[in-house]
Design a protein around this ligand. Structure first.
Ligand SMILES: [Zn+2]
Length: 278
């Protein structure tokens, strides 16, 4: 009997210890697995930071395109109180760099600050590199979000002061750009949408598309832009500032001349009174 209980207790004990062993080993396996996962995740992250994906869209040219839109199209769109559709490639949401560019804080000529991590940089190109390496995950890499692709239609070279704008005109390239330009006009300002859209459609053709010829007859941005209005107001202000003192000087001279004449008249009349009684 004692022998039986001893065998049973040894059996139970061995099962229990086996279970314990299984539990410990499985948990340690789990732990090891977790550590492996974490470390591999970390190394993936590091790898990602070291090898940011290649973005086939020029940040500099996208910035130039955005500048052209802001200066030569947005003032007219705002004047018409027109809402660009998201299907229009000129819509601000369709610029993959927009969010990053909005997080670029300009302090002064030698200081740029990253709006995401507050790091400072001496030059714009360094903060651009920082965005490329550290914050590329914030780029919207979906299709048709590269504003630089529209540079041909939008005359980016004209605002970038690059030499390519002075190169000999290529009729095939001009025709291609004109086609892209007209398709932008059609998709962003469909004439069927009403008078505002048709006015903007026509403006877009004159402002951007007419100049895509090799005849040299038409210049881009023929309808003017934001800067010209500002320049005009500045010129009028300066003219007023110069003319105002001249006007007061003129008034002063006229006044003093009149005073001089009245005094002279008084003297003459007094002399007349004195000579009369004799
Ligand atoms: Zn940053």
């Amino acid at each position: 009997m004692k022998k039986d209980t001893a065998i049973v207790s040894i059996f139970v004990f061995s099962i229990f210890s086996f279970q314990q062993f299984l539990h410990v080993s499985s948990s340690s396996l789990l732990y090891a697995n977790q550590v492996y996962k974490e470390s591999s995740g970390e190394s993936n992250l590091k790898q990602e930071q070291e090898h940011a994906p290649e973005v086939r869209c020029s940040r500099e040219r996208s910035r130039a395109a955005s500048k052209v839109i802001d200066e030569y199209l947005t003032p007219f769109v705002e004047k018409e109180n027109y809402q660009l559709s998201r299907k229009c490639r000129l819509h601000p949401e369709n610029d993959m760099f927009r969010d990053q560019e909005e997080h670029k804080i300009y302090i002064d000529r030698y200081e740029w600050r990253c709006g995401y991590c507050k790091k400072s940089f001496r030059e714009e190109k360094f903060i651009d590199q920082h965005f490329d390496n550290r914050h590329y995950n914030l780029l919207n890499l979906s299709d048709d979000k590269c504003l630089a692709d529209l540079c041909g239609a939008l005359h980016c070279d004209a605002v970038m002061n690059s030499k390519s704008s002075r190169n000999k005109c290529n009729p095939a390239a001009a025709a291609r750009n004109r086609h892209l330009c007209e398709s932008l006009a059609d998709s962003c300002f469909p004439v069927s949408e009403g008078p505002s859209a048709s006015r903007l459609h026509e403006l877009f053709l004159h402002q951007f598309c007419d100049a895509h010829t090799c005849s040299g007859k038409h210049k881009p941005f023929s309808r003017g832009g934001k800067d010209q209005g500002g320049f005009f107001r500045l010129a009028v202000g300066a003219l007023i500032l110069v003319l105002l003192p001249v006007f007061y000087l003129f008034l002063y001279l006229v006044q003093s001349d009149m005073n001089g004449r009245t005094q002279e008249l008084r003297r003459i009349s007094k002399a007349g009174w004195k000579s009369k009684p004799s």
